[in-house]
Design a protein around this ligand. Structure first.
Ligand code: UDP
Ligand code: MG
Length: 325
């Protein structure tokens, strides 16, 4: 096999503090892999500026001027981590044989790339980077994240446990991913659906080297909920089951009411009535909410708005590239 062209794809949002620190690490890794003959010298580090409000794009442009190994893509505005990553991957697909996506904060161990590339050479199209430990995360982040994977798998959404978006994908796998036109992007759930041979590489996750996490609890919950409703219709099934169950219980209840009425035991049933009303009201609102969530998803999907728009890029031939080609 010829030495493959590797593109390391890195979404960046307001990362001016951390980029100068980590960009050197990525470059060193690329050089080392090149030196070992594992990848071609046409390999690149591709930064995606996700509409940052600080000087991130200027930092990226500076890096590109310093070394031809650095390339950058600038989105027209902030579209969120998943869309930014997709923009990077879809851009890299036109230039690379294989991509590795990673966050720019240095939390994911870049040394796992060596093994990822070995797995790729051995014939895998997708290699997941999986955290072996989460010691550096707070107890809270750890527990909520693990709860999230458990709920996801219980609801039938196939995701790799403790894997975020640090993964290797071959061009063939990216071509597969490109065929998924959904606007509600949840890459962790989509990549397993692309199929092909896959494997995992384990690494320890470190602390962010600088700057702050963009995923506070509120965003994490929204992301988890989004993931579930993008990948699974089980919540709707659960509602149907709940509806059946409550209907049966109410039939029994009605029978009981009729019998007590006929027997003549009509007690002043004020409290039981109110409880039933409150309970039913709550359940109905909840169910409506969940169904509404799916209707909202359908609404967004039918509009088929582009998931990203590229404003500027340092790569040749990619100016004005758009989504859904
Ligand atoms: N990110 C992005 N767009 C956003 C938010 C985040 O491209 O709207 C990038 C960010 O620059 C980082 C990665 O996504 O490279 C993961 O974000 P972060 O490290 O804040 O998340 P955490 O690791 O805490 O889950
Ligand atoms: Mg991070």
């Amino acid at each position: 096999m010829e030495t493959p062209i590797l593109y390391i794809v890195i979404p960046c949002y307001n990362e001016q503090e951390v980029l100068p620190v980590t960009s050197g690490m990525f470059l060193a890794k690329l050089r080392q892999l090149e030196g070992e003959g594992a990848i071609s010298e046409k390999s690149r580090v591709l930064f995606v500026n996700d509409g940052s409000k600080d000087r991130t794009w200027e930092v990226i442009q500076g890096l590109c001027e310093q070394d031809e190994h650095f390339q950058g893509v600038c989105l027209s505005r902030n579209r969120g981590h998943q869309n930014a990553l997709l923009a990077g991957l879809m851009t890299a697909r036109r230039h690379a044989d294989v991509t590795i996506s990673i966050d720019c904060d240095g939390q994911d161990d870049i040394n796992a790339m060596d093994e990822m590339l070995r797995e790729y050479a051995a014939g895998c199209d997708v290699v997941y980077g999986v955290r072996s430990k989460r010691d550096t995360d707070t107890w809270f982040k750890r527990t909520t994240a693990q709860g999230f994977y458990k709920v996801m798998s219980a609801l039938g959404a196939d995701t790799v446990y403790n894997h975020a978006d640090y993964r290797l994908m071959s061009r063939r796998a990216l071509d597969g991913l490109a065929q998924f036109g959904e606007v509600n992007l949840f890459l962790r759930g989509l990549v397993p659906l692309v199929g092909y041979r896959s494997s995992s590489v384990y690494y320890e996750r470190a602390e962010r080297l600088a700057g702050e996490s963009h995923y506070p609890l509120k965003k994490m919950l929204a992301f988890a909920f989004d993931g579930i409703t993008s990948l699974s219709i089980k919540p709707i099934r659960i509602i149907t089951a709940l509806g059946f169950f409550i209907s049966i219980v109410s039939v029994i209840g009605i029978l009981w009411v009729l019998i007590t009425h006929l027997v003549g035991f009509t007690v002043s049933g004020w409290s039981s009535m109110l409880c039933a009303i409150f309970f039913m009201g709550g359940v109905q609102l909840l169910c409506l909410g969940v169904i509404g969530e799916y209707v909202g998803k359908i609404y967004n999907e039918t509009k088929r708005r582009p998931r990203f728009i590229i404003r500027e890029t340092t790569l040749e031939g990619d100016e004005g590239a758009v989504d859904h080609e």
